[in-house]
Design a protein around this ligand. Structure first.
Ligand SMILES: CC(C)(COP(=O)(O)OP(=O)(O)OC[C@H]1O[C@@H](n2cnc3c(N)ncnc32)[C@H](O)[C@@H]1OP(=O)(O)O)[C@@H](O)C(=O)NCCC(=O)NCCS
Length: 266
């Protein structure tokens, strides 16, 4: 794939700022500075998957030319994440996509938002004395996973499933009567893993299924010498937070979910 950059020059306070849309991660994104986000280790991976699934990736540069913001956006889901410590970068990306859900660790007190916690598990310290009640397996059947995701998490971009599997993401499932009833996705980059998309069919909740699913992920992570597992949970999700706390995860940070205003109200 060729390198394509679409640049946009903005005049603010007589300074020229540069925003570029990234079309090819390998050839064009270059190095990202450390400290953009808690999620630094997985940013390239997330950006690559987003582009391959039809999403958009933008880089923001300061007046000195330093990359100080990254925006990953999925138009199908109308959801994106702004990774930055710069208010200017945040404001630019926030207004770029109206009527959207926008995650960011950057806190803007005046914008309406929901608090999410970042939970972390020290994989090396996780005990291995769990007694499984359900069989957990790693599933790679694209069609079956697409169907399950479409039914259980219809907001997910359907293209993403095959992109994720192709990029090495793992999907841990529990079946009952040979039907998937529980799912948990896991991205692994170096020594860090991120779980997301945790789901158990309502009639099978509180039976220890996600505990078994998590334990299977822990065993897998230990075998791959991955030390840290992270996942984000809305502050209001009692069940998921209970599950994380029960498993020994700790809150290590915060991320906010904003709803960007409709175009009409901008
Ligand atoms: C969160 C969820 C995945 C938990 O799955 P589960 O299989 O029901 O969880 P488990 O049975 O393994 O529960 C393990 C522990 O988590 C905690 N827990 C689970 N559900 C809970 C609830 N509704 N309220 C409080 N604590 C809860 C308990 O400590 C529980 O242990 P216990 O039953 O011995 O008390 C499930 O409720 C779900 O799919 N919810 C909807 C989707 C969702 O919210 N996903 C997470 C997005 S961040």
């Amino acid at each position: 794939m060729g390198i394509r950059i679409r640049g946009r020059r903005l005049m603010r306070n007589s300074n020229i700022l540069q925003v570029s849309e990234v079309k090819s991660i390998d050839e064009q994104l270059g190095d990202l500075p450390k400290g953009l986000s808690f999620f630094d280790p997985i940013l390239r991976h997330e950006a690559k998957e987003a582009i391959e699934a039809g999403g958009e990736v933008y880089v923001y540069r300061s007046t000195e030319g330093h990359k100080n913001g990254l925006f990953i956006y999925d138009g199908y889901e109308a959801t994106g994440t702004i990774f930055t410590k710069s208010r200017e970068a945040f404001d630019h990306f926030y207004s770029l996509k109206p009527s959207s859900y926008i995650f960011s660790e950057y806190e803007v007190a005046e914008n309406p938002k929901e608090d999410w916690n970042i939970w972390q598990l020290d994989v090396d310290k996780a005990p291995l004395n769990h007694r499984f009640k359900h069989h957990v397996s790693i599933e790679s059947d694209v069609g079956e996973l697409e169907r399950f995701m479409a039914a259980s998490q219809p907001e997910t971009n359907r293209q993403w499933v095959k992109v994720a599997l192709r990029n090495g993401d793992k999907c841990f499932v529990v079946r009952i009567a040979n039907r998937i009833v529980s799912i948990a996705w896991m991205t692994i980059v170096g020594g860090v893993a991120r779980s997301h998309g945790l789901y158990v069919e309502p009639q099978f909740r509180r039976m220890g299924i996600m505990s078994d699913n998590l334990q299977a992920r822990i065993i897998y992570l230990k075998s791959r010498h991955v030390h840290t597992l992270i996942n984000e949970i809305p502050g209001s999700n009692i069940a998921s937070a209970g599950h994380a706390a029960n498993a020994g995860e700790k809150i290590v940070g915060k991320i906010f979910l904003y709803a960007s205003p409709d175009t009409k109200s901008l």
